[in-house]
Write a protein that binds this ligand. Structure first.
Ligand SMILES: Nc1nc2c(c(=O)[nH]1)N[C@H]1C(S)=C(S)[C@@H](COP(=O)(O)O)O[C@H]1N2
Ligand SMILES: [Mo]
Length: 448
């Protein structure tokens, strides 16, 4: 799985619909040939598959009945539809050989309307779940973040804080969980002196800190979109570990989400003083469902697949040699600190800009180390310093701008960053697998 499942999600949906249509068409043909029972059987079989998936889905929250309702409606519609469309040859008018086109079209149209109506009704009955989020008050942090520093506002640049609705999303799910916080519990166990079971209220009653932290996905290509910065409120994971008491020999935490996905994180990253959080709020709101409601992990400096468990329910202190996590089983590295990277947001690739004074802008990140310098090069010219927005923290990205004189023709702009220790990012191109892409981002501009 190259992108850890995100961009391909709509494609997957289309694929599933395609397979359903093909199977249904085959059933229709079989039915038209007179094998009515077989056709209805296939339709019913599809319905049963849907029911089994709905019942077995650990990702969908809600009661079993709530989860089964849409699938049940679909099942009934599928069987009735097939039975109506393929009417008995016995009752058919002789010259139409069991097939009355007018009746067929009418039946199909009626069923489409009924089916769509039923699907809509099932959706409404299931609810959006937003009331679960609305019930939560965003807790006041004991240790609030400072005011946001002035951010650069060039049109097209990534804003310093990524709005929740624009924040990238990477996970393995078609439908994200809608957990009722009243039912949520986090179990902390394994190599600890005292096992803890925390309800949502237990958790937010503890010391809460507020921090700006930039998340990055390991599957982000050079210049790619899977990076975002948000203001999180959460309980320091180190506090909880101290409460539980970590035993000798532990070097990892295996965390598990409600859908059973596992993530392995170095224990050191949770106890070395960085702001690793059990986060409950994102940009002043309860976590959006897409981003892990009600509680997720956020660990500065590590790619999401080794640290940012959404919909977390289980937290086991353990040893790396005693388990393997979901993505590590799929060829990604066990440990993965974020690589220093820079991206050009403006101009967009292959944009046309007027000749004269021009501006380039973007973001650069090296969480934990911070960004010390960003440089831009026009074609094969010298590296020139970009202007940097003020530092928020070493755990956030920094915006940058660069003014240049655009001369007619086609030009290539290339960007590179150095982290807070002065170390330049590598210009050696690497693909995302197994531990994050590297290489310099460039963009081609046409100047007229
Ligand atoms: N439960 C769960 N948590 C998960 C994932 C997932 O698939 N399931 N994906 C991880 C990955 S690969 C990344 S990059 C981040 C993305 O977080 P976001 O979707 O809130 O941006 O979540 C991490 N946490
Ligand atoms: Mo990721």
């Amino acid at each position: 799985m190259r992108t850890l499942g995100t961009a391909d999600r709509p494609l997957l949906r289309v694929g599933i619909c395609g397979v359903l249509v093909v199977v249904a068409a085959i059933a229709g043909v079989i039915g038209a040939r007179g094998y009515r029972r077989a056709a209805i059987g296939i339709a019913g079989g599809l319905g049963v598959v849907g029911l089994v998936f709905a019942a077995g889905s650990r990702s969908a929250a809600g009661s079993l009945a709530e989860r089964l309702l849409p699938a049940t409606v679909t099942f009934v519609v599928a069987v009735v539809a097939m039975a109506l469309v393929i009417h008995r040859p016995r009752s058919a008018a002789p010259q139409s050989e069991g097939f009355d086109r007018r009746k067929f079209l009418l039946t199909v149209s009626a069923l489409v309307v009924v089916g769509a109506g039923a699907a809509g009704a099932a959706r409404v009955a299931g609810g959006s779940g937003q009331e679960l989020r609305a019930r939560i008050r965003v807790p006041r942090p004991t240790d609030p973040a400072g005011p946001l520093r002035a951010s650069i506002d060039v049109p097209g640049i990534s804003p310093f804080t990524t709005p929740n609705g624009k924040f990238y999303r990477v996970d393995t799910l078609l439908q994200v969980p809608r957990i009722d916080p009243r039912d949520w519990e986090l179990r902390i166990h394994g190599l600890v002196d005292k096992e803890l079971r925390l309800s949502f209220d237990d958790l937010v009653r503890r010391r809460l800190i507020e921090r700006d932290i930039t998340l990055t996905c390991v599957s982000n290509e050079v210049g790619g979109p899977y990076v975002g910065n948000a203001r999180w409120i959460g309980v320091p994971i180190a506090d909880i570990l101290r409460e539980a008491g970590v035993r000798q020999g532990a070097d990892a935490v295996k965390s598990t989400s409600v859908d059973g996905l596992t993530i392995g994180t170095p224990l050191a990253a949770l106890t070395d003083g960085r702001d690793a959080l059990f986060a409950v709020a994102m940009n002043g709101e309860p976590l959006p469902f897409d981003h892990g409601f009600p509680v997720r992990m956020v660990v500065p400096g590590l790619y999401g697949y080794v640290s940012a468990t959404k919909w977390i329910v289980d937290f086991e202190v353990t040893r790396f040699r005693d388990f393997s996590a979901y993505w590590t089983d799929r060829g990604w590295s066990v440990e993965a600190p974020i690589k220093t990277s820079a991206r050009i947001d403006v101009p967009k690739g292959f944009a046309t800009v007027p000749a004269g004074p021009a501006i380039a802008a973007g973001v650069a990140w090296a969480q934990r180390r911070g960004i010390g310098k960003v440089e831009v090069r026009v074609d094969d010219g010298p590296w020139q310093p970009a202007r940097l927005a003020p530092v928020d923290s070493t755990d956030t990205w920094r915006q940058w701008t660069f003014r240049w004189n655009a001369t007619p023709g086609t030009h290539k702009l290339t960007v590179r960053a150095a982290d807070g220790t002065g170390r330049l990012q590598t210009d050696r191109p690497a693909p995302p697998r197994p531990n994050g892409s590297s290489g310099l981002h460039n963009t081609i501009v046409m100047v007229e």
